[in-house]
Write a protein that binds this ligand. Structure first.
Ligand SMILES: *[C@@H]1O[C@H](CO)[C@@H](O)[C@H](O)[C@H]1NC(C)=O
Ligand SMILES: *[C@@H]1O[C@H](CO)[C@@H](O)[C@H](O)[C@H]1NC(C)=O
Length: 178
């Protein structure tokens, strides 16, 4: 994951559409990290969703969803909202093939996080052929206020201190998130 900003915390989600499940309409296995992500506003963040499926039995469609948190409690409140706004999110997809399996990465990236991005994120996938669908857990993204936001326009040395503190904070997050 070195290609990303060093403080990005990609999440891994694997959705398996197996031959068996698409034939008998059985369960689809979903695997990924459900660790909440905490990040300071203004930073870059990329969430990764990994979908694995069988080429022959699964024409895949997948989406990222956003659920606004309830005021003052941890439970989700609103209906999941499909993430589409290209002005705020960048969604990139790549795919590799290994024998009969395909692996698709769907990255949901924020160039500059804002406090409003706090909430639950979820990735899902569906095999069009069989209708078999898989949904990941809700992952909580906690965007915290940048305590140095106002200080950055002050003196040069003040700026330096603020940046150093932000870097130190990022380093701690980096260790925690991996
Ligand atoms: C997808 O792209 C990312 C970033 O460009 C890269 O790190 C990753 O290896 C690629 N994965 C596949 C399966 O091609
Ligand atoms: C978000 O993170 C901050 C700092 O770690 C913490 O104080 C706050 O309680 C968190 N908020 C939620 C809703 O988890």
């Amino acid at each position: 994951m070195q290609i990303f900003h060093p403080t990005s915390a990609p999440l891994i989600m694997a959705v398996f559409c197996s031959l068996l499940s698409s034939l008998v309409g059985g369960p689809v296995v979903v695997k990924y990290s459900r660790e909440p992500v905490t990040k300071t506003e203004g930073h870059f963040l990329s969430l990764k969703c990994l979908v694995q499926y069988e080429i022959q039995n699964c024409d895949i469609v997948n989406n990222w969803w956003y659920i606004k948190p309830a005021e003052g409690e941890a439970a989700p409140e609103t209906e999941p909202k499909l993430i589409t706004d290209p002005n705020h999110y960048v969604i990139t997809v790549n795919e590799t093939q290994k024998e009969q399996m395909r692996q698709r990465n769907i990255f949901l990236s924020f160039n500059s996080l804002s406090l409003k991005d706090s909430g639950y994120y979820q990735c899902d996938a569906k095999c069009l052929n069989s209708g078999t669908a898989a949904k990941g857990h809700l992952v909580y993204l906690n965007v915290t206020a940048d305590p140095y936001k106002g200080l950055k326009v002050s003196t040069w040395s003040g700026q330096l201190k603020a940046d150093a503190a932000v870097l130190a904070f990022s380093a701690i997050l980096f260790l925690c998130c991996y």
